[in-house]
Design a protein around this ligand. Structure first.
Ligand SMILES: [Mn+2]
Length: 424
């Protein structure tokens, strides 16, 4: 299903006067408004192929209807999202859930929708049918060299698929770890992981990167071999310039200061990118900004400040992606909400009075520093996001237009009520 541009414009037209009134109000107080708008218009967040179907937990999965049945239909769903928000111009594929059997035709479909392919993701946390060795006790860290070899070959195969699609990065998340004390020799597990990653690294094309994701627990509950940013950074540093650390917001223990982690990774030139989501307790995979939008803003504040300090281009010098699971919401609506939340936090970070903040920090004026940050955070920047979308040909209110056009009903008519997308 594709959304026709004139339908978006029609609905925008009805809301335009109201929008302009709000935009004028907030815009009057924004310094360098043109620069802020240009950055918001350029900002895009990749959609993972596994997020377009209803997610599940280990207890069950409740399908929502009209789910994409193939990679082509997943790309079409990202096309719907991008048509509405003009901020989701790429898709990140997971292998083997979404193997591009015909790369040429997949690329044509994507480019028709204004999309390209973001990082490719490998999977050694599940056993696949006809797989020789099991990953029950890990993959790249496994005690058995043959298992490690199989996992290395899988990652190299994923790179090959990515090359066909013009992806530029391999994203690796390992579930490798242990459930009980004594199960693993930590040093051997780490060394095995490093050596395996070195083999994968040497198979990377020149213009590629490998992103090393970390996670403290689940599915293993005693140790994870790449459990935190320190372990990931250690590996990335040993691997070389093409390796960097990927931060998934849900992959931290409660109370972790993620903004500080981000700040230092950026300083070291080792921040690969993000998997955005939100959480209350653990790796909840909830809609971005639904639980703790202030934390998201503080993270973006560090990102903007740190990227500017290094002269980086916000939109393209870091990998921006959503990694969430939608158990009770329509996945497309949830993704639209997530992208909006990310852009709101980004816009708020862009309007922080950085010069004033620097002075407050130099003077140890703690009260003023807080006032400056919260002045930005409490500004309703939604009209700026809407204007950026409008200027790029998207909807002023993406979720509203999605509902008005009854996109899900149409998808159910097209694909059926009982469809199940590949993924978790
Ligand atoms: Mn992730």
């Amino acid at each position: 299903m594709r959304i026709e541009q004139y339908k978006i414009e029609e609905i925008n037209g009805e809301q335009l006067a109201n929008h302009k009134r709000k935009l004028d109000f907030v815009g009057a107080d924004v310094k360098y408004l043109d620069g802020v708008m240009a950055k918001l218009q350029a900002f895009n967040i990749a959609i993972p192929s596994w997020a377009l179907g209803t997610g599940g937990t280990r207890f069950g999965r409740f399908s929502g209807g009209g789910e994409p049945r193939s990679l082509e239909e997943k790309i079409e769903d990202v096309g719907v999202i991008h048509a509405l928000n003009r901020s989701s111009n790429s898709i990140s594929l997971h292998i083997p859930w979404d193997i591009p059997d015909n790369a040429a035709s997949i690329k044509v479909l994507a480019s028709q929708l204004g999309l390209h392919f973001d990082a490719v993701n490998s999977n050694t946390f599940q056993d696949q049918k006809d797989q020789k060795y099991s990953y029950k006790f890990g993959s790249l860290h496994h005690v058995d060299k043959e298992v490690r070899k199989q996992a290395i070959e899988h990652n190299i195969e994923v790179i090959k698929y990515g090359v066909q699609l013009n992806s530029k990065a391999l994203s690796v998340w390992l579930s490798d770890g242990s459930n009980f004390p004594g199960q693993l020799n930590f040093r051997t597990a780490f060394q095995n992981t490093l050596e395996s990653l070195q083999e994968i690294y040497s198979a990377l094309p020149d213009d590629w990167k490998v992103w090393v994701e970390y996670k403290p627990y689940e599915p293993n509950f005693y140790s994870t071999t790449i459990g935190d940013w320190g372990q990931s950074l250690l590996l990335a540093n040993k691997l070389g310039d093409k390796a960097a650390t990927l931060v998934d917001l849900g992959h931290h223990l409660q109370g972790a200061n993620i903004e500080q982690i981000v700040s230092l990774l950026l300083m070291e030139g080792k921040l690969a990118g993000f998997h955005f989501n939100d959480s209350k307790y653990g790796d909840d995979d909830l809609t971005v900004g639904s639980i703790n939008p202030y934390q998201l803003f503080l993270i973006f504040n560090e990102l903007v400040e740190g990227m500017d300090a290094r002269g980086m281009t916000h939109a393209t010098d870091i990998g921006w992606m959503i990694d969430a699971s939608h158990n009770v919401k329509d996945p497309i609506e949830d993704l639209l909400q997530s992208v909006q939340a990310i852009k709101i936090a980004y816009a708020q970070a862009l309007i922080v009075d950085k010069a004033a903040l620097q002075i407050a920090q130099k003077n140890n004026d703690v009260t003023l520093a807080q006032e400056i940050l919260q002045q930005a955070y409490r500004t309703d920047v939604r009209p700026l996001i809407a204007e950026a979308s409008l200027k790029e040909g998207g909807a002023l209110d993406p979720v509203g237009v999605y509902r008005k056009l009854k996109v899900r009903d149409n998808l159910i008519k097209e694909r059926g009520l009982k469809t199940v997308a590949t993924g978790l």
